[in-house]
Design a protein around this ligand. Structure first.
Ligand SMILES: [Zn+2]
Length: 330
């Protein structure tokens, strides 16, 4: 594959599908989006195909210049066969063989990966983990998931579900998680779970700083929590310390498990910045061996909010890399 071969990416989210056209060097040539994905696959998939073709045409290229496409999708799904089985976002899509449909429509080979794996691949090809042989990316948003690179390859696991680190149990018998287990990492450190916890704990204290910053109890979120921590509100500081200690416990465990060169952290790490990174780096030596920490950079995402534009393209590149048609950038 030539470096200027184009790749098409589809990033299927909860409210939109982002399309992008880029090359193996990470230059994004064009992008587009489909809103209102709360419709049937029969309505949306033809649109994905026609918009992708139009995007290629309008960029002055032809479909012959495109090597492959990649689809980044929320799980769970049948990743081996490229089928969206029952995505947990609001898509009314069940058992949709999305990779085959798009492949037939575009006349291109395609690859399909979950969104956390695609974010890892995007950081690996184009961002903070470029050149690493061993790395982990954590989504750190409403939920927590991961993509793992080990010995220069994406780890997918026996049934394609490797990287579900948000459901590693940190506290046996702890908070009940949506997944059915109790005490999961995500049940303590995922944005949705933190908001739910604050709503429970602050129900009787409407004048709490977090509630004031949020405007109402229903609206408490990570932004309000961050503001309250910054003014050193006692409740917020205590909660934040507990959350960051648990983040360090989880991430330290992953470091001891994988001995990675890079740990790349998504949304909270770059959006909250030092307030997130400083306690994490302070606590993590309690949970990981010094010799592994010495060779590991724990850093926020380099691609930040643009990561979706690279997600599908990275899945396409990784597919070609695994087929031996693309060499890693060094
Ligand atoms: Zn869980």
């Amino acid at each position: 594959m030539k470096e200027d071969t184009l790749l098409l990416g589809f990033d299927i989210g909860g409210t939109k599908i982002a399309l992008s056209l880029g090359d193996a060097r990470g230059n994004i040539r064009a992008s587009a989006r489909i809103d209102n994905v709360d419709t049937t696959p029969e309505e949306v998939t033809p649109l994905m195909i026609s918009m992708a073709r139009k995007m290629v045409e309008e960029s002055g290229a032809s479909m012959h210049d495109v090597g492959a496409f990649g689809i980044s999708s929320p799980g769970p799904a049948d990743y081996r066969n490229g089928v969206m089985t029952h995505p947990t976002n609001n898509l009314k899509w069940h058992n949709v063989p999305i990779r085959q449909i798009v492949s037939d429509g575009l006349g291109l080979p395609g690859f399909f990966e979950n969104d956390a794996n695609c974010a890892m691949l995007a950081e690996w090809f184009f961002g903070a983990a470029k050149g690493a042989q061993d790395a982990i990316y954590l989504t750190m948003s409403t939920g927590i998931g991961a993509g793992i690179i080990a010995a220069g390859h994406l780890v997918t696991g026996r049934c394609g579900q490797a990287g579900e680190v948000g459901h590693v149990v940190l506290i046996p018998g702890g908070i009940k998680c949506n997944c059915g287990l109790s005490g999961c990492y995500e049940a303590y450190c995922g944005g949705k779970a933190i908001a739910a916890r604050m709503r429970r704990e602050l129900a009787e204290t409407p004048d709490a700083a977090v509630v004031r910053f949020a405007g109402s109890l229903e609206n408490v979120d990570m932004v309000a929590l961050e503001k309250a921590v910054r003014i050193k509100d006692a409740y917020a500081v205590r909660l934040w310390d507990e959350i960051m200690r648990l983040n360090a416990q989880a991430i330290g465990g992953f470091i001891n498990s994988l001995n990675p060169e890079k740990v790349v952290l998504g949304t909270f790490a770059w959006a909250i910045g030092d307030l997130f990174m400083e306690p994490l780096l302070r606590y993590v030596p309690q949970f990981a061996w010094r010799e592994m920490l010495d060779v590991c950079d724990i850093v926020p995402s380099a691609l930040k909010r643009d990561i979706g534009a690279y997600a599908g393209i990275a899945a396409a590149l990784n597919g070609l890399y695994e087929l031996g048609e693309f060499d890693l950038p060094r």
